[in-house]
Design a protein around this ligand. Structure first.
Ligand code: SF4
Length: 335
């Protein structure tokens, strides 16, 4: 399987619609071509600035547009963040993702504090990812200088369905931030969410948008909606596990060298369901010491439970800074 950037939506739909076990087999084969299938990267998400976000993402507990259980908190201090990261490293975590509920990065003292956090957590020998909202090219460069390894900015859903879910910024805004990150050596983490009420066509369209980015995002999180009380999506039906497996397998086949992350919503999956996701090409999870991924309303399995599951499945935790094994050994450069 070669890395391609010219996928057509009809081709992606044909892959997504392949009989399930055949689809899993194909995805597992591609996975083994590019990755060590015994390894899973375990990531830790730290919410460095929780709640009070001016954006109106319909799924989010942190939006100030909705009445949820999340209480806005000030930016965490650097010492707290470094302590959480040290603890996470001891548990086998190789990537720390620092999230701030901001619309965009501002050039102020808070950004300076985040840059300092990036420097210190990177110095622990961990991959550091930030998700801070929209970003200019100059800000991306400053994060690069601080040692940032990855920047997360998700497309969430299809371009067509996007403004049903978010009205305070556009799909183009998202793409512009990703492009700004691409001007630096910081890698891109970009994926979406299943269960927002989108159609299969919307899922195909989102996967098409991701696979048309050149190069592909090095990291593609596939999230399952965590229904949060008080948000417009609190009553959405559950996403069938078969849809999750199809989306992961399709992402694996069309973006073979990328890490595919089984992200939010994993807490609701059994170990057997997660095993199917790993077989279909997911090679990363988020884990936590307190059973929560991002906020009090986004549960996440804890380190011990995850370690046990990985032991049962014969999987090991991947060390930091391991990249996909392409035939030419490194991740493809921009063409
Ligand atoms: S997803 Fe991010 S940008 Fe959207 S409301 Fe939540 S914290 Fe704000």
């Amino acid at each position: 399987m070669e890395i391609r950037y010219d996928w057509q939506e009809t081709e992606i739909k044909a892959i997504y619609s392949t009989p399930l076990l055949e689809l899993i087999y194909q995805a597992a084969s591609v996975h083994r071509q590019y990755h060590n299938a015994k390894q899973i990267q375990v990531c830790k998400l730290i919410s460095i600035k929780t709640g009070g976000c001016p954006e109106d993402c319909s799924y989010c507990a942190q939006s100030s547009h909705y009445k949820t259980e999340v209480k806005p908190q000030a930016l965490l201090d650097k010492e707290t963040v470094v302590k959480i990261a040290q603890q996470a490293k001891k548990s086998g975590v190789s990537r720390v993702c620092m999230g701030a509920a901001w619309r965009e990065v501002r050039d102020n003292s808070q950004f300076e504090q985040v840059l300092e956090m990036v420097r210190e957590v990177t110095a622990l020998g961990l991959e550091v990812c930030c998700t801070l909202g929209m970003l200019t090219k100059a800000q991306a460069q400053r994060l690069e200088e601080a040692g940032l390894y990855a920047y997360n900015h998700n497309l969430d859903t299809s371009q067509k369905y996007y403004n049903t879910i978010i009205t305070t910024r556009t799909y183009e805004d998202r793409l512009r931030t990703i492009e700004n990150v691409r001007q630096t050596s910081v890698t891109v983490c970009c994926g979406g969410i299943l269960g927002l009420g989108e159609s299969v066509e919307d899922r195909i369209s989102m996967l098409h948008a991701l696979a048309s980015l050149c190069p592909h995002p090095e990291s593609v999180p596939i999230n399952i909606l965590s229904k949060v009380k008080g948000t417009p999506l609190e009553d959405r039906p559950d996403v069938p596990i078969w849809d999750v497996v199809r989306a992961i397998a399709t992402a694996r086949i069309i973006m073979p060298a990328s890490d595919v992350r089984l992200s939010a919503g994993r807490a609701k999956l059994s170990a057997a369901e997660q095993a199917l996701c790993f077989l279909a090409g997911a090679n990363s999870i988020f884990s936590s010491d307190n059973g929560h991924m991002l906020t009090v309303t986004t549960p996440c399995p804890d380190y011990d439970a995850d370690q046990q599951m990985l032991n049962v499945l014969g999987l090991e935790m991947r060390p930091p800074f391991v990249r996909a094994e392409t035939p030419n050994s490194s991740f493809p450069e921009k063409v």
